[in-house]
Design a protein around this ligand. Structure first.
Ligand code: HEC
Length: 99
């Protein structure tokens, strides 16, 4: 049941397009917490060595589950980088919306 609700939380906003509040919130989080290292949107400046979110979104291997799993771990040499599900779900919806 929990998985179904999570899937709905991810899929419904994506289907609704960029106007979805969850995607908008994910975009704000990405801008605040991720843009120092990542290209966070198609129009943002690209970074040399770190994959951009549009590129990540387009990979055939990228799924909501994989993104969620990845974001539960710290990465990018930020020791205290801990995201709660309340932030991960909007971020995942946002990244997948860039496809
Ligand atoms: C301090 C720099 C830094 C910050 C801030 C950062 N990242 Fe990253 N990120 C990286 C680096 C470096 C990699 C590639 C190496 C790795 O996987 O650790 C990466 C990889 C990723 C990947 C996986 C790419 C792949 O190849 O599979 C995702 C997804 C991702 N970041 C999402 C995020 C999100 C979402 C945020 C903001 C909440 C964020 N990152 C903030 C440095 C950063």
């Amino acid at each position: 049941m929990r998985n179904l609700l999570l899937a709905a939380a991810i899929l419904l906003p994506a289907a609704a397009g960029a106007q979805s509040p969850e995607i908008a919130r994910g975009g704000e989080i990405a801008q605040t917490w991720c843009s120092s290292c990542h290209q966070v949107s198609a129009t943002a400046p690209t970074k040399d060595t770190i994959p951009g979110f549009p590129e990540i979104a387009r990979r055939p291997t990228t799924t909501a589950d994989r993104l969620r799993g990845f974001l539960r771990q710290p990465h990018g040499r930020m020791p205290n980088f801990e995201l709660s599900d309340a932030n991960i779900n909007p971020l995942v919806a946002y990244i997948l919306s860039l496809k």
